[in-house]
Design a binder for this molecule. Sequence first.
Ligand code: GLV
Ligand code: MN
Ligand code: MN
Length: 404
Amino acid sequence: MTATIDPGRLLGNLDTLAGYTSTPGSGVTRLAWSEPWRAAVACLERWGAAAGAAVVMDAVGNVIAELPGADMAAPALVTGSHLDTVPSGGRLDGSYGVVAAWEVLAALQDAGMQLRHPVRAAAFVNEEGIVLPPFTGSRAVAGLIDDEELAALAPVLEQAGLPSMPASIQGWDRVAATVELHIEQGPVLDAESIPIGVVTAVTGQQRGTVVITGRTNHAGTTPMAMRRDALVPAAELVMEVEKLAGPGGCEVATVGRLVLDPGAPNVVPGRVEMSFDLRSVDDRLVLGALAKLRLAAADIARARGVEIAVVAQPATPAVVMDSFVRNTIEAAASAHGLSTRPIPSGAGHDCAIMSALGPVGMIFVPSMEGVSHHESEATPDDALVKGAALLLDTLVALDAADHG
Ligand code: GLV
Ligand code: MN
Ligand code: MN
């Protein structure tokens, strides 16, 4: 019997996950390790058990459901995405790839079909990097978390009620391949009416924080010439960040968060914290942009008489998708009568991190009007169903091709 996904179960489970949010009526807010995230984890445990899979949560909070392979020695075929969201985000970013991964297990179980490789569905934790630097879950299984980061994680995990942390994190063995299904989060597939994007490469990114320290003082009594306002140099630096993107620079550059201290109308701000996010599929351009940001910060600090510290998080390098996995996705799409186009990803994905453990590939379905990281993020139901069916067929084809 051939395995086929159940559209009603897929779409119903997506609806269920969308209900786990701390901002009902205002998008999905399911920050990593939060209460709604815990509730969503419990769902995945139930759905995995119903599909006959062994379900575990690892030390950092990844949820993993696995069906055994016929060949005990074969490495796992992995599929999945992330369970966390940005604040007031959409119902599909991450959740779609997670629900589809669990649906693959259920479809195999329904058909009584055992693949040669184990099939591992993963819901990675903290992909978005809202709570701590991004990709915690996938970096943990790829063996990319160092002791310093482990120490920063410990209190967060304890507060979330996870079992106490081990002295080190157990990474996974090499995997046969990882395939992640995701919405495009951009406008291309929708604009061109193409149902499937086959990802060519995932962007590299460099995030971090700039801390500007001036002096807090009374807004009415401190003459303009005698202030050390932290916000005005921050505003200059925001303009400099925008200039980092463009010809010869990185692809995109964003300041998405600005925190003023103390943040009152009649007080000269004494401290500002601002985020930065620099991206390109060329890692050298990201590195160059960071160097320019540091220079601009030093110039502004001198001119304005404030202190500016640029604190960079570890960079996430760009990753090219595996050509065999790409070809397998394309062949499976063609068998479904689905047209495809190659497409780069400007968003980061766990799949890119998983390239440390084996070949990787990604399938995109259209995002209506290209909107994402917003509650209006949407994809038509039939496109979601087609994407999940393609994911299943791709994994079955990879299993048969004995890749890895
Ligand atoms: C994840 O969505 C990212 O690209 O920031
Ligand atoms: Mn996202
Ligand atoms: Mn995502």
